[in-house]
Write a protein that binds this ligand. Structure first.
Ligand code: PRP
Ligand code: URA
Length: 207
């Protein structure tokens, strides 16, 4: 249930995101472009429903999204860099937010905010965060969604560590992971190597 995306433009744009000289305004734009490239694969997991449609000439079979619509859930704050681009493709779907932050000393995720769409238990959920490092944030986010009854969750990220992938798979083996890259390892501060640094700081220029 791990998909590592393979696309020449992802290789090129991920290299720009990794480059420490890429300034925040370019980082945000390229992140948006990368998410656009990932979106076909991420949205390919969505369930559709048959319907009929009237063309100018006749009735034919078509498809629509079921009600309640799927939703995006962003792990704040870096997740917003991905939801911006995914919601540009599917603007009608609601976006939930889970505020989680790694404690700088323990490196464990701590929750500070939660606002989710109604009927979350009945929606397909695309949970997004650019970074999957220890997996603590993604696991806590999935725990919270499941505590509300969610049963159909996909996790999309840009860069994952092997440790983070294992941790999420151990905790939530029902959640597929889609990522643009799986990097080598975590460092002693639980940052991904080679990685791209602190995604939130690079998006929001708060280094
Ligand atoms: C980063 C990142 C993930 C988390 C990944 O967020 O966006 O949410 O770390 O690390 P983990 O897999 O070890 O939990 P951070 O906590 O720095 O918060 P921010 O998005 O507000 O910068
Ligand atoms: N969070 C980030 O933003 N980057 C990492 O490498 C690890 C956690």
């Amino acid at each position: 249930m791990l998909t590592i995306l393979n696309h020449p433009l992802l290789d090129v744009k991920m290299t720009s995101l990794r480059d420490k000289t890429t300034p925040p305004h370019s980082f945000r734009r390229i992140l948006h472009e990368v998410a656009g490239l990932m979106s076909a694969s991420v949205f390919s997991h969505l369930t559709t429903q048959e319907m009929s449609v009237e063309t100018p000439l006749e009735h034919t079979k078509g498809f629509c999204l079921p009600e309640p619509l799927p939703c995006l859930v962003s792990i704040l704050r870096a997740g917003n860099g991905l939801t911006d681009a995914f919601s540009a493709i599917l603007p009608e779907i609601p976006i939930g937010h889970l505020g989680l932050q790694r404690n700088p000393d323990t490196h464990h995720a701590e929750a500070y905010y939660e606002k989710l769409p109604n009927r979350i238990a009945d929606r397909q959920i695309i949970l997004v965060d650019p970074m999957l490092a220890t997996g603590g944030s993604a696991i806590m986010a999935a725990d919270r969604l499941k505590a509300h009854g969610a049963r159909d969750i996909l996790f999309a990220c840009l860069v994952a560590s092997p440790e983070g992938v294992r941790a999420v798979q151990d905790a939530h083996d029902d959640i597929p992971i889609i990522t643009a890259a799986v990097d080598r390892e975590l460092d002693e501060n639980f940052y991904i190597l080679p990685g791209l640094g602190d995604a939130g700081d690079r998006i929001y220029n708060t280094v």
